[in-house]
Every structure is written in structure tokens, then in C-alpha cells.
Design a protein around this ligand. Structure first.
Ligand SMILES: [Cu+2]
Length: 181
């Protein structure tokens, strides 16, 4: 899967490179424009989606999402929240099998595949939540019997949510609709 997906990228890279690259004079450190360095600094990551959505214990509407028993599946595959209002989203892990560890990661529409694939490298310490631009908010991992939460405040629109525990994102996914009144 990963190899297949990266093929068009590789092709693109080759297309983008001229066949015979004209050698450019290598700039020395002194010649490098200062502004360019500043720009590069700004692009560096950035925020931890788990920290952004850290639950402050406020009195917000709650949406509880459970897995479908011990399956790799969300029992709720569509969530609706009020746009621009804080909502607590809970992963209540009712599974009983130790391998069924889950989270809820809200991502930009259509990016579940990308984020799911990047999740493995993020590692367990990061709750398998990659520092990816398409990640909007995420709960921590919940082992069977545990509940984890995230507080979101989503602009109007449609988003996807997935579980990023390794191997789960292909089956564990749903849609988040943030609707204005
Ligand atoms: Cu899962």
C-alpha cells in the first residue's frame, strides 16, 4: 500500500527535475539571505494536537463514541457538533480485548489515509498522533475500560475522524459535521 502510493510521488519528483541539472553556484552561509532562514524557522512544527484539545474540564456538550464491541470499528460513524462551539468528544473504550486500544483523531476531510499512515511513526508515546498538518484534534489512546477526551471547536464544515492505533484507521473511521444554527 505504502509503496503503491509513493510511486506517483516519485514519478512527480523525476518529472520536476530537469534531465541534466545545470550546476548552480553553491551559496555560502554568508550569502544565504537572512529572510530565508527566518521563513524556514516558521515552518517548523508547531503544535501538538493533543495539547491543543486538552480537556480543561469545562461544561461543554459531550459526544460519546464507543467501539463496536471488540471489533475494529466505531459504533458511531457520524458526529454532529455546533460550529464554533466547544464540544467534548469522548472515546469510551468499552472493548474487552487488550489489543483493542483506540483513540479519536479528527482530520481534514479526505486525509484519513495520509494521517493513518503517518501515525505508526509517531509512536505510542505520542498516542500514535502524528504531527501532521491535516490533524485537527485528537484524544489520547484509551485502553479497554478507559475513557479519553478532547475538546474541539470546529469551524463550520465537514471533517473525518479515525482511530490511529496501528492498523485501525482503515476500518475505524467516521465523519464529523460542524453545523451552524
Ligand atoms: Cu482503534
Amino acid at each position: 500500500m505504502r509503496t503503491l502510493l509513493s510511486l506517483p510521488l516519485v514519478a512527480l519528483m523525476f518529472t520536476a527535475c530537469p534531465a541534466e541539472p545545470t550546476p548552480a553556484p553553491a551559496p555560502t552561509a554568508a550569502q544565504e539571505p537572512e529572510a530565508k532562514k527566518e521563513e524556514a524557522k516558521k515552518e517548523e512544527p508547531k503544535v501538538d494536537p493533543i495539547e491543543v484539545g486538552a480537556d480543561d474540564g469545562g461544561d461543554y456538550p459531550e459526544i460519546v463514541v464507543e467501539p463496536e464491541g471488540d471489533q475494529m470499528k466505531f459504533a458511531t460513524e457520524e458526529i454532529t457538533v455546533k460550529a464554533g462551539e466547544k464540544t467534548r468528544i469522548k472515546m469510551k473504550n468499552t472493548a474487552t480485548v487488550a489489543a483493542m486500544v483506540h483513540n479519536i483523531v479528527i482530520v481534514k476531510k479526505g486525509s484519513g489515509e495520509k494521517v493513518g499512515q503517518a501515525a505508526m511513526a509517531a509512536g505510542e508515546a505520542k498516542h500514535y498522533v502524528p504531527a501532521h498538518a491535516d490533524v485537527i484534534a485528537a484524544t489520547k489512546l484509551a485502553k479497554p475500560g478507559e475513557t479519553t477526551t478532547v475538546v474541539v471547536e470546529l469551524p463550520e464544515g465537514e471533517y473525518d475522524f479515525i482511530c490511529t492505533f496501528p492498523g485501525h484507521y482503515m476500518m475505524m473511521k467516521g465523519v464529523v459535521k460542524a453545523v451552524a444554527e
